[in-house]
Design a binder for this molecule. Structure first.
Ligand SMILES: C[S@@+](CC[C@H](N)C(=O)[O-])C[C@H]1O[C@@H](n2cnc3c(N)ncnc32)[C@H](O)[C@@H]1O
Length: 224
């Protein structure tokens, strides 16, 4: 019998992390523990295998210049910044001082403070005013779900050909296929964006079932 998809049990998930070169990163593990002490909001952090995947992808495309919307306590920013080429730069947007103070502390501990810049405030206002210092190689979007499409349309023109825009939480815990809950505003926005991306001629899109779903968009030549 062929397996179209494999249910990931806890032990299988542990195995996946153990058989990856940076699946158990001590600094990210400490950060995860400190984040868990904040309570339920800790669920907002990306998962350990998403961290590895982001570092891997950033390195794979030789990214030099990246943007992140939704930094929280810093897991994804550390992962992206670690994958950047020497001299590379990540600009982060978040509107929460308390969470990003934790991120800042860990950027220092990771020795990444010179690679990462934080812009604190509402991304709805900051992103349209963002003047990039060149074309972007990678954008990671993990903030308010109903604004994802706005962030996408605003930043796509700033991304280089073959650059990536990556969205998190694109499966919404399975709600995108739940006949009732798919109508919740944030889930409807994500479902509509997934459908739009799948047929957007400006990009090649790939929706991956990693953690809560990452939608990868590779900008095509005709994406200008
Ligand atoms: C899901 S968390 C990001 C998790 C993070 N990527 C990580 O790996 O830990 C979402 C973050 O987006 C921020 N956020 C939500 N709406 C925002 C907005 N309109 N402007 C800026 N930041 C926003 C929140 O403060 C929160 O820190």
């Amino acid at each position: 019998m062929s397996t179209t998809h494999l249910p990931i049990t806890d032990s299988l998930y542990r195995y996946v992390l153990e058989q990856s070169s940076d699946g158990h990163d001590p600094l990210l593990t400490q950060l995860r523990r400190e984040t868990q002490a904040l309570g339920n909001v800790a669920e907002m952090s990306i998962s350990p295998n998403q961290c590895s995947f982001l570092s891997f992808l950033t390195g794979l495309i030789g990214a030099r210049y990246a943007v992140e919307i939704g930094t929280f306590t810093g897991s994804s920013s550390i992962s992206i910044a670690r994958g950047l080429v020497p001299g590379g730069r990540l600009v982060c947007f978040d509107n929460d001082f308390r969470y990003t103070s934790i991120a800042r502390r860990y950027w220092f501990r990771a020795g990444l403070q010179n690679k990462i810049e934080l812009r604190l405030g509402d991304a709805h206002q900051l992103i349209p005013r963002f003047r990039s210092a060149g074309l972007l190689d990678l954008v990671f979007i993990d903030a308010d779900k109903e604004a994802y499409d706005f962030y996408y349309e605003t930043l796509l023109p700033l991304v280089r050909t073959n650059g990536l825009i990556i969205f998190d939480n694109m499966l919404r815990g399975g709600k995108v296929v739940d006949p009732v809950r798919r109508n919740e505003p944030a889930t409807r926005a994500i479902d509509e964006l997934n459908r739009k991306l799948a047929s957007d001629p400006r990009i090649q899109s790939l929706l991956l079932p990693i953690a809560d779903g990452l939608h990868l968009c590779r900008k095509l030549e005709r994406g200008y």
